[in-house]
Design a binder for this molecule. Structure first.
Ligand SMILES: C[S@@+](CC[C@H](N)C(=O)[O-])C[C@H]1O[C@@H](n2cnc3c(N)ncnc32)[C@H](O)[C@@H]1O
Length: 806
């Protein structure tokens, strides 16, 4: 008999995986933290530090609320700025303004600080007022811990921007009275409009300013929502006379040249800005250049991934056709159409992209690029109807990348459920193994290949912080939505937790020409709807699976937000498995699904212990009411089972000692005895036809222990693992029946189906060999999304047992 050792893991390498929308991920590069501390321990340490910091902060905020702000001199404001500045790369030094106090130098450190670099505002909504309707106040009129509703500040930057935290920029500002203060602003809009504009001398308005305590115990002007700051040109009438300078009126062609130069030097933001000015001046002059500047700005916006604006500009850049053939106009229109096609393609608006590329090929029927893009767009349109052909298309090589495929959503639709909010329902019957849906992420943050610096976000009123890729997701989603407000309604329709009732109007409002996005609502949407998962290009088997390695610590996993899939509710007796390829999520039917049946999936690994499982699900604010949870809740044996499961866990932890002390058969007997006791805690009247997850682990160990010495016992334990997942496997001489009602697909089941297949092979029962392999392969594809890795793990089918392959 084999000594009892751990059965092989599902994956060839350990990796973290979770489908938890909320599972915090952490990567700390702080050298003060020992590299031998596990991620879970690090998380605990930081959480503890945060709890103390939050309490202190709340206390200070209470004490200070409404107190008049203490005025600060320029020197003292800069003094406070300097220690905050953590220079990452070549961030500039504070510059000296002649005649002012001597300048401070900024220490160049190569690391970021951790716990105090966090966001800790109480949730509040962005200002809903246009600048023109607000009353101007001065810095000296500010009160602490106060939102100054109906007011605005007009300010000038007196320092360069400095990194305040991994997600915030900090600058020193002054008002026209010569008072100074520090201002922090989130770096959400790095590619949009904020950080690039904050430089010495830039002017801006802060709408309904919020003056609050930060963790260095001082107050700062805090801008949470990107739309609460508005930059002004140097000649803006809003500026005090002493600050105002006239802006030299330039011609459209000047701005066009400036834009071209900016693009050439790889600065699409500057190009976009120049082209906006060109468009403004050109429109005024009703100049022919108007078409050009729109086309050019479309190009700059493509570089900035502002697909909405790029599409509109490209369409505006199409010139009316002259009565006679005109090569120049054709050429310019092709440029505009290409840009429109690309922007529409990126927005997933394939019909619009198709129309643009068709027009290109009408102008130039042999244009190779036009024909190629048209074909590519047609492939995406076909995928929307038929789904991706994974066998021909993609594979594990797509990990960590954005895959070039279309959503396939037509088989499902979101509807209201009776008790679980919105849910996703099958619009047609879907057979076990078939694709339910494929969807590209709205935003996707791959796990970093190299551990990154520490990102920490403390959502207001939350019990805990979020780390790593989860906080990067916040930035990614907000950037995406600021750049493409047309996506707003679909994002804002998602469940945002108990503190955010559904909105009546889902459109992103525009104020003074910019989109108004409530970052706290978005943070909650991410919290409740995004999926976190591990993917590792080097993994072959089960590499795409959502729960590749149950029980591992959470590490810095990848995260994404999928708008349509977000309507899917949890059930421990799920009928859909999900897997990930690049930024695409794939849901497959884990059993036959009827038309109008609700699609459900696992939010996290189902723990055999009910209390543990229920506590984890409460993070999402609900208790599962599936038949299994109902049985666990009502069965009087549940507490005894918990105790026995704990005992089993302790025995497994002592396995090396047991193996060294006892003969293998004695250890196996100990396991079998425990199994009998656990089995007794699943009375038939409560668990008829349901999974009995407490029996999985020990049976796996026993199947492995008997694998060489006693095939019949190994088979018994292998079948017990399958049965413990709720499957009814009936095997006769030649035939296999497999009932999936109320069952849970899992890598362990695939392993044991193949284990049983091999045992039957050794007994010469070849009909069963291929039948079991077929079942295993089908479940593998359901879990992994596609077949790659199956043969690597289990070997190729022999000639006589060939299942027909994939
Ligand atoms: C990703 S959303 C799912 C869609 C959501 N029901 C909606 O209305 O948009 C996750 C939230 O749905 C609810 N939910 C999911 N599964 C549930 C279940 N089995 N029972 C009750 N509520 C559930 C919880 O409020 C959870 O936080």
């Amino acid at each position: 008999m084999e000594p009892l050792t751990s059965p092989p893991p599902y994956t060839s390498q350990p990796s973290a995986s979770t489908v938890s929308p909320t599972a915090p991920t952490v990567q700390i590069t702080n050298p003060m933290v020992s590299p031998f501390v596990t991620p879970a321990q690090k998380l605990e340490m930081v959480q503890a530090e945060l709890e103390v910091a939050k309490l202190r902060l709340r206390q200070q905020a209470r004490e200070r609320q409404g107190l008049r702000r203490v005025t600060s001199s320029r020197a003292s404001v800069l003094q406070r700025l300097a220690p905050k500045v953590i220079v990452q790369s070549p961030r500039p030094r504070l510059e000296r303004i002649p005649g002012e106090e001597p300048e401070l130098s900024i220490p160049k450190l190569n690391q970021r600080r951790i716990a105090w670099n966090m966001i800790l505002s109480e949730a509040h909504t962005p200002s809903a007022w246009s600048m023109a309707s607000l009353t101007k106040i001065m810095l000296r009129d500010l009160s602490m811990e106060t939102h100054h509703y109906g007011m605005m500040l007009v300010l000038r930057a007196v320092s360069v921007s400095a990194m305040h935290s991994s997600m915030q920029t900090c600058i020193a500002v002054e008002d026209e009275n010569g008072d100074y203060e520090l201002l922090t602003v989130h770096d959400f809009a790095v590619t949009n409009h904020l950080s690039r504009e904050i430089q010495i001398g830039s002017f801006f308005v802060v709408l309904e300013p919020f003056f609050r305590t930060v963790l260095d115990e001082a107050c700062v002007l805090c801008i949470d929502h990107p739309s609460d700051i508005l930059f002004l040109d140097a000649d803006d009438p809003m500026l005090p006379h002493a600050w105002r300078t006239s802006v030299v009126e330039r011609s459209p062609s000047h701005w066009k040249q400036a834009g071209n130069e900016a693009l050439r030097s790889d600065n699409p933001i500057e190009a976009d800005h120049s082209r906006a000015l060109a468009a403004r001046t050109a429109n005024r002059a009703k100049d022919v250049v108007g078409g050009i500047v729109h086309r050019n700005r479309a190009q700059a916006r493509l570089c900035l991934e502002r697909w909405d604006g790029a599409y509109n500009d490209a369409i505006a850049g199409i010139r009316p056709l002259p009565t006679e053939a005109d090569e120049y106009t054709d050429f310019q229109n092709m440029k505009a159409l290409y840009r429109a096609g690309r922007a529409a393609y990126e927005l997933g608006a394939y019909a619009r992209a198709h129309s643009a590329y068709t027009s290109v090929t009408r102008i130039a029927p042999n244009d190779i690029d036009g024909l190629r893009e048209l074909k590519r767009t047609e492939a995406r349109m076909a995928e929307q109807v038929t789904g991706i052909n994974f066998w021909a298309a993609t594979g594990p090589q797509a990990h960590g990348t954005k895959v070039d495929h279309a959503d396939f959503l037509r088989r499902t639709e979101a509807r209201q459920t009776l008790t679980h909010g919105r849910g996703l329902f099958a619009a047609e019957a879907i057979a076990c193994g078939d694709i339910i849906l494929c969807e590209k992420a709205l935003a996707f943050v791959p796990s970093p290949a190299v551990p990154k610096s520490f990102h920490l976000v403390i959502p207001p009123a939350a019990a805990r912080g979020t780390f790593g890729t989860q906080s990067d997701m916040w930035t990614a989603v907000i950037q995406k939505i600021l750049a493409n407000p047309s996506i707003g309604p679909r994002l804002l329709s998602l469940y945002a937790g108990p503190n955010y009732p559904p909105l009546n109007n889902l459109n992103i409002p525009m104020l003074d020409g910019r989109p108004v996005v409530d970052i706290f609502r978005v943070e909650n949407i991410i919290e409740y709807n995004s999926f976190g998962y591990a993917h590792d290009a080097s993994l072959t088997s089960f590499g795409n699976a959502a729960l590749a390695t149950p029980g591992m610590d959470n590490k810095d996993c990848s995260m994404g937000l999928w708008l349509h899939s977000s309507a899917i509710n949890h059930s421990c007796l799920y009928n859909a498995e999900h897997s990930f390829i690049g930024d695409m999520v794939i849901f497959r039917a884990a059993r036959d699904i009827e038309k109008d049946e609700e699609i459900t999936t696992l939010y996290m690994e189902v723990n055999a212990d009910y209390e543990t499982r229920d506590a984890a699900l409460r993070i999402w604010g609900f208790s599962c009411d599936c038949k299994l949870c109902e049985a666990d809740r009502t069965c009087p044996e549940t507490p005894r089972r918990k105790h026995l499961l704990q005992q089993a866990k302790e025995v497994l932890e002592r396995l090396p000692t047991l193996n060294a002390t006892f003969e293998p058969h004695r250890v196996v007997m100990m396991f079998e005895d425990l199994l009998t006791q656990i089995e007794d805690t699943y009375p038939e009247e409560f668990y008829c036809g349901l999974p009995r997850l407490g029996l999985v682990t020990l049976n796996r160990y026993c199947a492995f222990a008997y694998s060489r010495s006693d095939p019949d016992k190994a088979l018994k334990h292998a079948l017990a693992v399958i049965g413990a997942h709720g499957y009814k496997l009936t095997i006769t001489e030649e035939d296999i029946e497999f009932d999936r009602t109320n069952a849970m697909s899992a890598p362990q089941v695939v392993d044991q189906l193949m284990n049983a297949s091999r045992i039957y092979e050794s007994k010469g029962q070849m009909a069963l060999v291929s039948g079991l392999r077929e079942l295993a392969l089908k479940m593998y594809i359901v879990i992994n999304g596609e077949p790659s890795g199956f043969d690597t793990r289990y070997g190729k089918a022999r000639e006589h047992g060939n299942t027909g392959g994939v």
